[in-house]
Design a protein around this ligand. Structure first.
Ligand SMILES: [Zn+2]
Length: 171
């Protein structure tokens, strides 16, 4: 199971550009397959099925990332010399890495979770406040949330000027 946590961490770092892919011609699966040679086929299949559920997925089981310059996600991957470039295509691949990482983290709970503290029998997240506020013609949309730097869990701090309450209203 340690592998899963390392895998989630590796994907997160790829997504945030903290690390570079081993070969920029490779997609996520080849990168992961090369980096984690101990991972078995089963896990690779699991990864692919997870990617298939990504909200922006292409619908092609083996090639989840779409590049609008190519007529199929397969030819995009095959013909792009750098599929991690600073382009919408590369950005989508990085977004998928982060999404995958979160999915993997949410799959393990309790003692296997990277933020679980066995001593307190509780989660000890490494929160950092994030500011995703942006300006628009009617003012500023204020979006603040806390992000755990270890497991990528998030909590909403303030839901902005829409007057809507997201997290609290159901309680
Ligand atoms: Zn955490």
């Amino acid at each position: 199971m340690r592998d899963m946590i390392e895998l989630a961490e590796h994907l997160r770092k790829l997504g945030t550009k903290e690390i570079e892919p081993i070969d920029e011609r490779w997609g996520i699966c080849t990168e992961i397959g090369f980096k984690f040679q101990l991972l078995d086929i089963f896990l690779n299949k699991q990864l692919l099925s997870l990617m298939y559920k990504w909200p922006k997925a292409s619908g092609n089981f083996f090639y989840p990332v779409v590049d609008s310059c190519f007529d199929s996600p397969k030819s995009a991957l095959v013909h792009t010399s750098n599929c991690w470039s600073l382009s919408p295509y590369g950005d989508d691949r990085r977004e998928l890495c982060i999404w995958l990482s979160k999915q993997l983290v949410s799959m393990f709970h309790g003692p296997l979770h990277p933020c679980y503290c066995a001593w307190n029998k509780d989660y000890d997240h490494d929160w950092e406040e994030q500011d995703d506020s942006f300006d628009h013609e009617f003012g500023t949309e204020q979006i603040y949330f806390n992000l755990c730097l270890r497991c990528l869990a998030t909590t909403e701090v303030d839901s902005g000027d829409l007057g809507e309450c997201y997290d609290y209203e159901c309680e």
